[in-house]
Design a protein around this ligand. Structure first.
Ligand SMILES: Nc1ncnc2c1ncn2[C@@H]1O[C@H](COP(=O)(O)OP(=O)(O)O)[C@@H](O)[C@H]1O
Ligand SMILES: [Mg+2]
Length: 365
């Protein structure tokens, strides 16, 4: 299956505000692409346009050389002729059909002969590890098993593109974790191209080969998960990806307090940059004696919040409250004065775009 290409795609419902604006996006063949962004940013609309369930108001959608939508040419291919499989958040299995019959249902619709139907349903149920429950009814399954059956129903049809809209959001934390690993395995085994919609940045980072971040209908950045985390394109992505979020301090023309301290340091190391804001990830803010000539300031510990495997510490640094996350036990107690330091700062321009980062050695992209 060749790449899916969206060019200049826009969508407005009933002529109102644009839900998706001028979107240029390529989903490479075999990718596991997550569309990530807050509620209402246009993820579902984008997915439904790829599926053919919504028609764009501008632009072109193509798979390789095959144009599926072209507003200019008045071209539109209906969903059933696109060879794509869809799973939504509400996976709606037929309650009166057994698991096996639910999975065979789509194949029956496509007039696949009975013996082949049976074999393909069994293979798909094996792939999602619910083959042992094949003869049960949906009401006899857990939520996670039902979700897997919905996936199997789609996999049995063997589409080369799977479109998934927040399919794990109804599951509890443990099942969600399990299904993430499962989906990753299915992606690797099937070689299918997956477009997965989520508002959960962790879900995107853990599963995707490529992440596309959207905000208010506009694409912000497309990158591999770790690149997105290390090199966010702008303030929106920097704050949306990573948890707890990056702390971004605005530096005015003559900043005082923490802003002044950060700006003086940034300018001493990266004189060619004049940032409008400086960001530090909480997990990059460290406590204790700094290892060398790095940025450091005295901080007052305001609260220590243990979370099992990590500790979140609320600090007052000069005039500002900051959070630090530590993966080793924190000895400090509220009221203690400690030194905080970092070896990684992100610098942003006045338009919010990321200019550069300093990583203890010098400028990095
Ligand atoms: N059928 C519809 N009619 C009118 N407006 C819609 C419709 N579907 C979505 N929208 C609007 O389009 C915007 C994007 O929605 P959606 O694509 O569902 O976002 P997301 O999936 O990222 O939460 C929102 O402002 C939403 O209210
Ligand atoms: Mg949605």
């Amino acid at each position: 299956m060749p790449a899916i290409t969206l060019t200049g795609v826009a969508k407005s419902y009933g002529g109102g505000e644009h839900a998706v604006k001028n979107l240029d996006l390529t989903v490479p063949d075999g990718a596991f692409m997550c569309l990530l962004g807050p509620s209402g940013c246009g993820k579902t609309t984008t997915l439904r346009m790829i599926a053919g369930l919504e028609q764009p108001t501008a632009g072109t959608i193509a798979v390789g050389d095959r144009v599926l939508d072209s507003v200019e040419r008045g071209l539109y291919v209906p969903p059933e002729k696109r060879g794509m499989g869809l799973v939504f958040q509400n996976y709606a299995l037929w309650p009166h059909l057994s698991v096996r019959d639910n999975v065979e249902f789509g194949l029956r619709m496509r007039k696949v002969p009975a013996p082949e139907r049976r074999a393909r349903a069994e293979a798909a149920l094996k792939m999602v590890h619910v083959d042992a429950a094949m003869d049960r009814y949906p009401s006899q399954l857990s939520g996670g098993q039902q979700q897997r059956v919905a996936l199997a129903r789609m996999l049995a049809v063997n589409p080369s593109v799977l479109l998934l809209d927040e399919p794990l959001s109804n599951l509890d934390a443990r099942l969600r974790l399990e299904m993430r690993a499962e989906l990753k395995r299915i992606h690797e085994e099937s070689g299918a191209t997956i477009v997965f919609v989520t508002h959960d940045q962790l879900e995107a980072l853990t599963m995707a080969t490529d992440v596309a971040v959207m905000n208010e209908g506009e694409l912000q950045q497309v990158a591999a998960p770790m690149d997105m985390y290390d090199r966010p394109a702008n303030r929106f992505v920097a704050e949306f990806v990573g948890s707890p979020p990056m702390v971004i301090v605005d530096v005015g023309p003559s900043p005082a307090g923490l802003a002044g301290s950060l700006l003086r340091f940034a300018e001493s190391r990266l004189p060619e940059c004049s940032p409008a804001a400086v960001g530090i990830r909480p997990e990059a803010l460290r406590l204790g004696p700094p290892p060398g000539a790095t940025w450091c300031e005295e901080a007052v510990v305001e609260a220590v919040l243990p979370a099992g495997s990590s500790w979140t510490v609320r600090l007052r640094v000069l005039d500002t409250e900051l959070y630090a996350v530590s993966y080793t036990p924190v000895e400090a107690a509220p009221g203690d004065v400690v030194t905080c330091w970092t070896e990684r700062m992100h610098l942003f321009g006045a338009d919010g775009a990321r200019l550069s980062a300093w990583d203890g050695m010098g400028a990095v992209a």
